[in-house]
Design a protein around this ligand. Sequence first.
Ligand SMILES: Cc1cc2nc3c(=O)[nH]c(=O)nc-3n(C[C@H](O)[C@H](O)[C@H](O)COP(=O)(O)OP(=O)(O)OC[C@H]3O[C@@H](n4cnc5c(N)ncnc54)[C@H](O)[C@@H]3O)c2cc1C
Length: 351
Amino acid sequence: MAAADDTRPVTDTDALIIGAGPVGLFQVFELGLLGISAQVVDALPHVGGQCAELYADKPIYDVPGLPVCSGRELVERLQQQIRPFAPGLHLGQEVCALRREPDGRLRAETSAGQVFLAKTVFIAAGVGAFQPRRLRLEGADALEGRQLHYSTDTLPDAPGEPLLILGGEEPAVQAAVDMAEARPVTLLHRRDAFKAPAALLARLAALREQGRVRVIAGQPLALHLQGDRLAGLDVLDADGHTQALPATQLLARLGLSPRLGPIADWGLAMERKLLTVDTARFETSEPGIHAVGDINTYPGKRKLLLCGFHEATLAAFAAAERVFPGQPIHLQYTTTSPKLHERLGVTPAVD
Ligand SMILES: Cc1cc2nc3c(=O)[nH]c(=O)nc-3n(C[C@H](O)[C@H](O)[C@H](O)COP(=O)(O)OP(=O)(O)OC[C@H]3O[C@@H](n4cnc5c(N)ncnc54)[C@H](O)[C@@H]3O)c2cc1C
């Protein structure tokens, strides 16, 4: 139960979807067709899950009816497909708690303090919530949010203050290019070679030439603290020498890694870190809580987009029985059903 003095606003919803990967997005669509509106939460600041994060520019060849498309394009198409259902999107926050209220509804709380009360929940959490890889140096945790940042959101707006950025891939290069407008930037990576789109690399090269971004090849060794304040960073350079770099603001863009996190604490039956479900309703051991996509397991499970889309479809029909108790849930075709056309906001041409 919530504490009596808990004044946080509560969002009431028929369905809460945890995870805005491809399967969570398609879950919105299948629920929408059945007249069920949804709220969606994702730990990442953008939708698309693995497709967006791990293989945005690589081709996928096994989505039915789409001979080839990139991860990014699939996510764009899914977003377009769910637009008629206007789901509430709550990004950059992790669902950290889920429990049942005395009235049977499900209460979810996020790391950003949002609270949802839902009739049904769909866990579409894939391989877990993507979290920034942490800098593993002594004293780093205590600096987080003050002088060590994993996102530019927490970086103090202090034009002119030098910034040391760690990382060798697109997010690190992008941050260096963006930040160089306002402050001197040093980019530290284990070698002087970066993985990013050609246009971005060209901008980095130009800024290096103008002296606005300095690149150092090396690996972080130790933080220098003065009291509880960061003063610098020891770096092992490519020749095996230790260099002391002055630094008062660090931005670590070391990539993301998935973490199953709190889901394991919600009392749901699991097998090898996956949620066990039945294959008719894709329901977990808790009635009303469904699990779809890469997070679930059942005999014959394959971690494929196509399988996740099928699971989302049957889970939506099962949830409709809970959201509209006592009402028959009819299968209707999007081709011919005027009711579905209305929900989709389309007017098909009449022959
Ligand atoms: C390199 C690569 C290539 C692939 N190629 C193919 C292919 O060709 N064909 C194919 O069918 N499949 C392919 N796959 C597999 C496919 O990408 C996955 O099956 C699919 O992404 C699963 O979707 P999902 O929505 O279940 O999970 P995900 O895509 O993992 O999305 C889950 C989302 O949930 C969020 N999340 C997790 N926990 C929480 C929480 N507590 N709170 C808030 N948010 C949370 C995560 O941040 C994430 O965004 C490929 C996978 C990889 C890695």
